[in-house]
Design a protein around this ligand. Structure first.
Ligand SMILES: [Ca+2]
Length: 233
């Protein structure tokens, strides 16, 4: 087919250097440009995403990810593991979503606390359920107790929650963090009293391609396929 196109092109050219031959030449040039744009975009796409692995210690108020973010960047996070929020009088063990894996029994010291002083109030902690801060907000007032949460600090070495003016937001076992501004990304296990906690979550952080990069790649690929199918196949 390409040979036929070249032959046709040669014939047309030999008859007269008409606009038709110029049109074919133009489309070939466009195809080359689009193909180059597609390859460049693909290279950018594959090199912009990278993964970091962070252990999130539940006994710390927050953990540094070592990542300095730029406003607008989108990070995809997955997390596994389990942590105990009450080693002294629990246990109260959760996964990164804050779902209870092991609940304290009614004779445990923390049973009353988790029943009456967490939301929903008056509901005993039970395996498979989630409870939320009520009287003692942790890093996040809306994420479940024990859930993996993320916060942004303007400084690399924050000393307290007051260094996170926007607070922390839920990530869970699988979630996105969209950087509202530049800063340093920290993770935490949502609990107001980390001193009696034990265990870590293993989190994997991936910087996703910026929307402009992705749309450029898809557009260039689609245009290249269209031109190729129409004029070069
Ligand atoms: Ca605790």
């Amino acid at each position: 087919m390409r040979r036929r196109l070249r032959q046709t092109n040669h014939f047309l050219t030999s008859v007269s250097p008409s606009p038709i031959s110029q049109l074919v030449s133009t489309y070939r040039k466009k195809s080359t440009i689009l193909r180059g744009a597609f390859i460049a975009s693909l290279l950018l796409l594959t090199t912009s995403a990278h993964a970091a692995f962070v252990n999130v210690d539940s006994s710390q108020t927050f953990n540094s990810t070592g990542i300095q973010v730029i406003a607008g960047q989108v990070y995809f996070v997955t997390a596994t593991g389990s942590v105990n929020l009450a080693t002294g009088d629990g246990p109260y063990i959760t996964d990164p979503d804050g779902t209870i894996l092991v609940a304290p029994n009614s004779s445990a010291g923390s049973y009353f606390f988790f029943t009456s002083m967490t939301s929903p109030g008056g509901t005993p902690p039970a395996v498979g359920d989630r409870k939320y801060p009520l009287l003692y907000p942790g890093q996040s007032a809306t994420a479940a107790l024990g859930a993996l949460v993320a916060g942004l600090s303007a400084i690399a070495n924050p000393t307290g929650l007051s260094d996170f003016p926007s607070g922390f937001e839920l990530i869970g076992s699988s979630g996105f963090f969209i950087a509202p501004s530049g800063g340093y990304l920290f993770f935490a296990v949502n609990d107001n009293a980390p001193g009696d906690n034990l265990g870590t979550y293993s989190a994997e952080i991936t910087l996703t391609p910026e929307p402009g990069t992705l749309s450029l790649t898809v557009s260039a690929f689609a245009a290249w396929l269209c031109v190729r199918r129409r004029y070069l196949s």
